[in-house]
Write a protein that binds this ligand. Structure first.
Ligand SMILES: Nc1ncnc2c1ncn2[C@@H]1O[C@H](COP(=O)(O)OP(=O)(O)OP(=O)(O)O)[C@@H](O)[C@H]1O
Ligand SMILES: [Mg+2]
Length: 448
């Protein structure tokens, strides 16, 4: 992409109505525009990151054997009357009437809809286990939407649902989700800690929330500092292996880590030496649940058990806050100049800054870099505007591309360009081919 042709409505001033840094930076970089309270248009730069995050979620879900599909945003109230939640859900549910006076709603979640899909087609234990998921917009009429995409009213969520014959199988599905979530967040360059959470209105003892530590987080959390040293890394996990998934769950959840809803000061003091006790704030970026037969019983989702009987299936639901993740990513990765995208989710792989637009040699070198990077399947953002160098650097720093190649007549005389890391600020001079090779290596693509 050439910046002169792109749509990047950058703002110089920090918007007064945005209270936290991620919201400010998303507005300043032209990633989002508020359409109405808690509802946003995703402008090109924001949309690009949203898609990158979504893609990682898809890949990791499918790696775990979960099957993608898509359910609608608008749902009929009838299914929610069956489960009893139409009356229970309260004012967060946006209720709508269609022209025939039928009660509809904009889905805040999809347990009812997916249970209806399941019961319509699946009748035998032989078709289990099954985990279906989708990434779809949700609506919750939050009383106080705030902090931009962190607490929106319309927001994008990955929600997945497992169907299993027994509690034991469903707990394996739970563990599988925990493992896949750890991988998902790490690939994005985020540390999200699984913490024991409260079952809330859905109920159930088996639930963990994944929290990214950040001062601006809305949750209060308590944990053993050892937990922040755990890394999933590049270990290979067989998602069918009950032992392996259980092993990861034990490794990542045996140390004390709880949100304020389940925090117990006495257990905390008994289990964790004082010097390792931490209390902090966190952003909830996901949650996993096992809730047994709550919906399958209410909605008659039963299967033949192979012994002549019919049994309700054991279920769980598992959510990732896809759009909220963008806010969490920025809270965890920024400095006073702007965003610093982790390589895994960056909207463009690197920036190219031409210090002397209109100079034949500089223009030619930038074009050549642009072509080589593009040929490898990478997306550079080439600042080809006739702006001062300082303004170009400020824009690149603000939008946070992890790598910048700076091209100017002086360097070119010596056959070099400059490669700069946004995170460390360190630069090195090297021939253009070597800069390209280095970017290729960073992103793990083969040089063309
Ligand atoms: N209003 C919202 N705006 C953006 N993301 C949200 C919102 N509500 C929930 N999410 C995301 O969707 C994920 C799964 O939804 P879940 O039902 O667990 O939310 P929740 O526990 O009600 O969230 P919260 O406690 O923050 O209101 C959450 O972990 C969160 O990341
Ligand atoms: Mg939750």
């Amino acid at each position: 992409m050439r910046l002169s042709r792109y749509f990047l409505p950058v703002m110089k001033e920090t918007p007064a109505d945005a209270q936290i840094v991620s919201h400010q930076l998303m507005l300043r970089t032209g990633m989002i525009k508020q359409a109405s309270a808690g509802i946003y248009s995703w402008l090109p730069l924001g949309y690009k990151v949203l898609r990158r995050v979504e893609q990682i979620v898809h890949e990791e879900q499918q790696r775990a054997g979960h099957i993608p599909m898509l359910m609608p945003t608008l749902q009929s109230a009838d299914l929610w009357r069956e489960s009893g939640r139409y009356d229970d859900y309260g004012q967060e549910m946006l209720r709508i009437k269609d022209r025939h006076d039928r009660d509809m709603l904009y889905g805040p979640t999809n347990e009812e809809l997916i249970t209806d899909v399941f019961r319509s087609y699946v009748g035998s234990y032989k078709d289990l286990p099954l985990t279906l998921y989708h990434i779809q917009w949700k609506f919750r009429d939050e009383i106080r939407p705030r902090f931009g995409v962190m607490r929106g009213r319309e927001f994008l969520m990955k929600d997945g649902y497992n169907f299993d014959l027994t509690k034991e199988d469903a707990l394996h599905a739970y563990n599988r989700h925990l493992v896949s979530y750890l991988r998902t967040y790490e690939r994005m360059g985020l540390q999200a800690i699984p913490m024991r959470a409260d079952g809330g209105p859905i109920g159930g003892d088996y639930t963990h929330e994944f929290l990214v530590l950040a001062e601006t987080g809305e949750s209060e959390v308590f944990y053993d500092s050892q937990i922040t040293e755990l890394k999933f890394g590049d270990r290979q996990i067989d998602y069918d292996s009950v032992e392996q998934c259980q092993g990861v769950l034990e490794e990542f959840t045996s140390r004390y880590a709880r949100t304020d809803e389940t925090h117990d000061g006495i257990i905390f003091n008994n289990q964790v030496p004082a010097e390792r006790q931490r209390s902090a704030r966190g952003i909830e970026v996901g949650q996993i649940f096992y809730f047994g037969t709550k919906y399958s019983e209410a909605m008659n989702a039963v299967v033949d058990d192979g012994k002549g009987g019919k049994v309700p299936v054991h279920m769980g639901s598992h959510g990732i806050g896809v759009s909220r993740l963008l806010g969490a990513l920025i809270e965890a990765n920024h400095d006073d100049k702007g965003i610093i995208w982790p390589e895994g989710v960056t909207p463009f792989h690197c920036g190219i800054v031409n210090l002397k637009q209109g100079d034949d040699e500089a223009d030619g070198a930038c074009e050549a870099l642009y072509k080589s990077l593009t040929a490898m399947g990478l997306e550079p953002l080439y600042d080809d505007r006739s702006e001062r160098a300082g303004a170009k650097f400020a824009t690149m720093d603000l939008i946070g591309l992890p790598w910048r190649i700076t091209v100017g007549p002086r360097g070119l005389k010596n056959g070099v360009v400059e490669l700069t890391s946004r995170r460390t600020g360190e630069s090195e001079e090297l021939p253009p081919e070597q800069a390209v090779a280095k970017i290729a290596q960073i992103y793990g693509v083969a040089a063309a």
